[in-house]
Write a protein that binds this ligand. Structure first.
Ligand code: PNS
Length: 180
């Protein structure tokens, strides 16, 4: 399928797939947390289609396999009609272009996220000026939450209820007990 570009009034162009506005929400999702799921719900209302894209990165040691991470996300997003779960490797910008998406979606929890995310957004825009990044602020109750905290807590026998979607608590605990 040929990449179509939508003309914008002032300057630039953005990628569009047959008039559909597609957003890409990339991440490691090792594993999915309530914070991620909140961003997925909110971002799915802003786009015709939202692709949750799990990064396959050989150099970053993940606890959950690609298949496990994708499965956990699918289990929690099956009820959102316009959400698709996929995997990608390599440059995010190339994946965004391949999917003809109009924007990358990222969640921001605290000021500490800002510097890194700003750098990534700038870098991605430098690689391709048509790739926009939009940020959604994390809900206050998820602002301290991360996949690392969930793993740390579960690994030490803590209760991860309220931090990850209910339907994947057992899967996460089981997998972590097997692997850690
Ligand atoms: O959930 P994370 O680990 O914060 O997600 C980070 C992610 C996947 C968004 C980021 O590492 C990424 O975009 N990786 C793909 C490689 C890439 O395009 N890097 C930027 C240019 S070097």
């Amino acid at each position: 399928m040929k990449l179509s570009k939508a003309k914008h009034k002032d300057t630039e162009e953005c990628y569009m797939s047959n008039g559909l506005r597609i957003g890409v929400y990339p991440g490691s999702f090792d594993p999915l947390t309530n914070g991620h799921l909140d961003i997925i719900h909110r971002a799915s209302k802003l786009f015709d289609k939202l692709i949750v894209a799990v990064l396959h990165n050989d150099s970053k040691q993940a606890v959950f396999s690609m298949e496990e991470r994708v499965e956990l996300i699918k289990k929690c997003t099956g009820d959102i009609e316009n959400v698709e779960v996929d995997m990608f490797s390599g440059l995010l910008v190339n994946y965004v272009k391949k999917k003809q998406a109009v924007a990358i979606v990222k969640g921001l929890r605290a000021v500490s996220d800002y510097e890194y995310e700003l750098q990534m957004a700038m870098l991605n825009k430098h690689i391709d000026k048509n790739v926009e990044t939009i940020f959604l602020m994390a809900d206050i109750q998820n602002s301290f939450l991360s996949s690392s905290i969930v793993k740390e807590l579960a690994k030490n026998g803590g209760n991860i209820s309220g931090l990850v979607p209910e339907q994947i608590i057992d899967d996460i605990n089981l997998t972590l007990r097997k692997k850690l």
